[in-house]
Design a protein around this ligand. Sequence first.
Ligand SMILES: NC(=O)c1ccc[n+]([C@@H]2O[C@H](COP(=O)([O-])OP(=O)(O)OC[C@H]3O[C@@H](n4cnc5c(N)ncnc54)[C@H](O)[C@@H]3O)[C@@H](O)[C@H]2O)c1
Length: 448
Amino acid sequence: MRWIPHDRLPTVAVIGLGYVGSCVAATLSDRGHDVLGIDTDTGLVDELTRGHCRFHEEGLPESLARGLAAGRIRIATDQSAVSAADVVLITVGTPVREDGSMADDQLAGACEELGRHLREGQMVILKSTVPPGTTSTKVRRALERPGLAAGEEFGLAFAPERLAEGTAMRELRELPMVVGGVNEDSTADAAEFWRRGLGVRVITVGSAEAAEIVKLTDNWWIDLNIALANELARYCELFGVDAHEVIPAANTVPKGSGNVNVLIPSVGVGGSCLTKDPWMIWHSAREHGLDLLTPVAGREANTAMPGYAADRILSGLRRLGKAPEDSRIAVLGLSFKNDTADLRETPVLPAVTHLDKSGADVCLFDPLVAPADTERVFGRAPAASLEAAVTDADCVAVLAYHREMEAVDLTALPVSRPCLFFDGRANLPREYVDRLRDSGFSYEGVGR
Ligand SMILES: NC(=O)c1ccc[n+]([C@@H]2O[C@H](COP(=O)([O-])OP(=O)(O)OC[C@H]3O[C@@H](n4cnc5c(N)ncnc54)[C@H](O)[C@@H]3O)[C@@H](O)[C@H]2O)c1
């Protein structure tokens, strides 16, 4: 090993303490590493320093608090102390622009500053999702200077972050880590760091580009597979068939290393990754003269879902003899998927916008989302409680269904009966659906 110490745990700097960086910093600290967390967002740094964690992730606040109390986590707004770290992880945001190209200002800023502090003997690992070639061109160029070459004086590798929000802390300790360096030494040291650092299986690939494409492939597959599930749901509806009956049955055929594995249809795909990574793939292919069809098809199918769900709600109300403009719709669950408070690119927003246009009185509630965040994203305050949201509602639309909502007996809600129950992501089992129907609800859902 060239850059990782043999006789002690490496010290780590994490540049970018957003969702991913906070989870990675907290987990490495729990594993005994000294971690310096760096973020240019002074508000976030203040919060973290005070022990407040804005990310709703099981186990994260406790883990951060433990690290801070033990002095294993220190937090800063600049990289002046970064040269003390053995390993530097970069976890800044990499959104895309309108044309699908990576908006690289966060990455460029982080690398430019790191370039000023980097010293011989450090190992730099990029974890942010990037188009192929970013590590070995853009990042390398920003970090190298005379006498300080990547793969020689310092190690440089890409190791994608593949955790999913809602299960991040568990997945960080369980998911295999993929590692590809700019040369063999970089791959070997980065692999050793993750093997010891997280205790996970490490899969090494032959280049940083291969590791970059692994990450993009995962999200390409997931978005496209959900698109298949969503179009399948719409297809099933034409024939009065429940997609939730079809999918488990279809998924019993062995194929490749597992079974056919169609995912679950829903009100749509959101979050900061699946909504942009397919475009990153599409754009980087285009730059090399290849016109990819599937990333676009997946995005288009999934982007259509909020409007489709909203139309189903409006037609469902009409079937009950209720004019949308005279109806009250309670939207429960606002985040981009179950068990997260993250509103980034939530499909609930376009669904609500569509419902608003019908003239319906749409009120919002989510037990996980802070009221200020609801106001910022949806332009209105949420109802004060679940009960306030659903009282006298003509429709209850569950568009994200968190564990916290499972304890609520939905059949007993104080709605105006008959009431439309629209299931956008709860995937309620058949018996529950029967009980809802018995208690005066007309149940509909995506694919049902
Ligand atoms: N959120 C997820 O579930 C997830 C999962 C896997 C991979 N990823 C990828 O991981 C990366 C980070 O995602 P995220 O969701 O944590 O993003 P985020 O927006 O929550 O966090 C990025 C953080 O980087 C900080 N930052 C920006 N420029 C900086 C600089 N120059 N120096 C220090 N800090 C800086 C920002 O202030 C912000 O706090 C992205 O590439 C994303 O695609 C995200």
